[in-house]
Design a protein around this ligand. Structure first.
Ligand SMILES: [Cu+2]
Length: 123
């Protein structure tokens, strides 16, 4: 009796550790409210003011800039270290801006100029 060749299929399973570097707390996208405990809102509407201002949040938290009308506004931050990216001209939408670094961030509307301004304190 002969024993046939026993072929060992060389299948190597490489299982990657799924850790992944997801940003803590960054995932909460569209859900309806409640998950971002500290998040605060700044509204810009037809009155050509940001309200309320100043707003104060801890580092790592988020401001929801809400553009509540068809009037065009943007958010231009003073160019200082730690300032987030500007918000381009927006209407009828909410834009999330996350502040990672403690500081005082002055901003104004790029459409309406310095008369429409505000401040975010991150501390
Ligand atoms: Cu404006």
């Amino acid at each position: 009796m002969r024993v046939g060749l026993l072929s060992l299929g060389g299948v190597l399973l490489i299982v990657a550790c799924g850790g992944g570097g997801t940003d803590p707390g960054g995932g909460g996208g569209g859900g309806g409210g409640g998950t971002l405990v500290h998040a605060k809102r700044v509204t810009a509407g037809s009155a050509l003011v940001f309200t309320p201002t100043p707003q104060t949040i801890p580092p790592g938290d988020t401001i929801f800039f809400t553009f509540s009308s068809a009037v065009q506004h943007s958010v231009i931050f003073d160019a200082i270290a730690g300032a987030p990216a500007d918000v381009p001209i927006t209407t009828n939408a909410t834009v999330k801006v996350r502040f990672l670094t403690a500081g005082t961030y002055d901003y104004h509307c790029g459409v309406h100029g310095p008369s429409m301004s505000g401040q975010i304190k991150v501390q």
